[in-house]
Design a protein around this ligand. Structure first.
Ligand SMILES: Cc1cc2nc3c(=O)[nH]c(=O)nc-3n(C[C@H](O)[C@H](O)[C@H](O)COP(=O)(O)OP(=O)(O)OC[C@H]3O[C@@H](n4cnc5c(N)ncnc54)[C@H](O)[C@@H]3O)c2cc1C
Length: 490
């Protein structure tokens, strides 16, 4: 395929660079959209206002998992007689933080920029804003403005940021968001964590293990409310055993921090107060679409952008605007955003070539269907909590006739070998009309790598009578599959 070239034209003093595709936001998703479009024969430029690699590389997935991996490694050793005796001390916080720093390349993006160069993508540093159909204006760090124009498509891949509640005193309290929670150079003495979702429980797990006294404040009645109820219960039990305090049914009403070097005091909905050295608000995300010029193309600034399954923004004339990854709000996960990126990039290539989508991709891969029914998620707590697809309650809400099959994983030989007194649970949600799985949840030590088998079963709609012939190796935790199917068959 002949690649379209980037071209430049000049009108008066204003220079316009023209590409086939312009991607605003060089996070993991933007990088992949540009790379896929380029692989489909299109020229592409990426616009980035901070670091190439995005939230994921510097303030989310990578640093959080770098903090959590030593926690899991130590827990695994402690759960096994023999190795438990060999590891009696706490984590070496300084070494853990240093290792975390190496995974963020000390918050420098040189290697990612090199990668962009190596695959032939142009980078334009600065804040990008739409300026009418197919045009992007970039305010560059030196204060000048560059105009980019797209022959075929513009993709908004600007991600999301932490949503902070509007509470009295919140600004003066200088709360942590996920950015400070993943990038802090010091372990706080006392850390209050507001929220009960994935970021809250992961960061509570990491900082408790690194030596902070953690208190988690949850408005609802359980942690991890979007997963099967037992996930939150097991994670809550383990966090409590590790020394953290979990308080449910309580919210923060106001904050007080008299000066930056003094502790923060939270006033709570139950009338009590809580003093902490730092407070992390892990209370959801909002799209980074408020300062993006969306109003110039008929879209609402500040909203998640609603897209079709090829990630084209709905209601935009000409179909040239895409929103991929967190910006479209479908599934705020790197792997899901990169999946969408593969689809959107290929769809751009096919549309630019004027070829019907399905003809260029016999896999039918121009539609991000997995977003609807097979999104996998790992919560890197101790125990790990993993799920794919629907919970039993969600399946029922969708009107499916389902059966939830539950298993205490302690009885699985591979699990018992993995950890003494193994504590874990599994659930598969069976669609009784089709006899396929629509959801699977595993909670327990060492289940992270098991999740993909469930994703294959759910996304592949593997009939249970075939799954019965997928024989798990003995003695591994995977035997949970056999036991679940035995319970189902009765
Ligand atoms: C603490 C935490 C842990 C997480 N852990 C995981 C995990 O383990 N696994 C997982 O799958 N997901 C995880 N996530 C979610 C994951 O980080 C996001 O889903 C992912 O980063 C989304 O990628 P993105 O490219 O859409 O957006 P981002 O990674 O947010 O990248 C967007 C980029 O766009 C840039 N940008 C924004 N506006 C403009 C503009 N106007 N002009 C130019 N550039 C702009 C930003 O600077 C940024 O670089 C985690 C999230 C958090 C908060």
């Amino acid at each position: 395929m002949t690649r379209s070239e980037a071209t430049a034209s000049t009108t008066g003093s204003d220079r316009t660079d023209e590409y086939d595709v312009i991607v605003i936001g060089a996070g993991p998703v933007g990088e992949n959209v540009a790379e896929r479009a380029h692989a489909a024969g299109l020229s592409a430029a990426l616009v980035e206002s901070e670091l190439v690699g995005g939230e994921c590389s510097y303030w989310a997935c990578m640093p959080s998992k770098a903090l959590l991996r030593p926690v899991a490694a130590l827990a695994d050793a402690r759960h096994v007689g023999g190795s438990a005796q060999a590891v009696r001390g706490p984590l070496d916080a300084e070494a853990v933080l240093a290792r975390r720093n190496s995974f963020t390349s000390d918050w420098e993006d040189g290697s990612q920029v090199e990668w962009l160069d190596s695959v032939g993508l142009d980078l334009v540093r600065g804040q990008g804003r739409l300026d009418g159909p197919r045009r992007v204006k970039v305010e560059t760090p030196d204060g000048s403005t560059r105009t980019l124009s797209a022959r075929h498509a513009v993709a908004v891949c600007t991600g999301s940021r932490a949503a902070l509640p509007d509470l009295p005193g919140i600004e003066e309290a200088r709360p942590w968001t996920s950015r400070e929670a993943t990038a802090s150079k010091e372990v706080p003495g006392r850390l209050a964590v507001v929220g009960g979702g994935v970021v809250a429980v992961e960061m509570a797990t990491a900082w408790q293990a690194l030596g902070a006294e953690v208190t988690v404040l949850v408005r609802g009645d359980r942690l991890l409310a979007r997963m099967e109820p037992f996930a939150g219960e097991l994670v809550s039990e383990a966090l409590t055993e590790a020394g953290a305090k979990i308080r449910t049914g309580v919210s923060v009403e106001s904050l007080r921090r008299p000066s930056p070097d003094r502790p923060v005091t939270l006033t709570l909905s139950d009338g009590g107060e809580l003093e902490a050295d730092e407070v992390l608000f892990a209370t959801g995300r909002r799209p980074r679409t408020e300062d993006l010029g969306l109003e110039t193309v008929g879209c609402e600034p500040g909203d998640w952008l609603t897209v079709d399954d090829s990630c084209r923004v709905k209601g935009v004339q000409g179909g040239w605007l895409y929103a991929v990854g967190d910006a479209n709000g479908r599934a705020l996960l790197t792997h899901q955003g990169k999946y969408q990126a593969r689809i959107a990039g290929a769809a751009m290539g096919a549309r630019a070539a004027g070829v019907p989508l399905l003809e260029t991709d016999p896999w039918g891969a121009h539609a991000a269907t997995a977003d609807h029914e097979a999104v996998p998620q790992v919560v890197f707590t101790d125990p790990e909590a993993t799920s794919v697809g629907l919970t039993a309650a969600e399946a029922e809400q969708r009107g499916l006739r389902v059966r939830a099959v539950d298993l205490d994983m302690g009885g699985v030989a591979g699990a018992a070998l993995f950890a003494d007194g193994y504590r874990g649970r599994a659930r598969m949600v069976v669609d009784l009309d089709r006899e396929v799985l629509v959801g699977v949840t595993f909670v327990g030590p060492g289940v992270t790598e098991l999740l993909h088998s469930a994703t294959v079963a759910v996304a592949g709609e593997v009939p249970l009578e075939r799954l019965w012939h997928a024989v798990p190796s003995y003695p591994t935790i995977s035997e949970v599959w056999l036991r679940l199917l035995e319970v189902y068959r009765g």
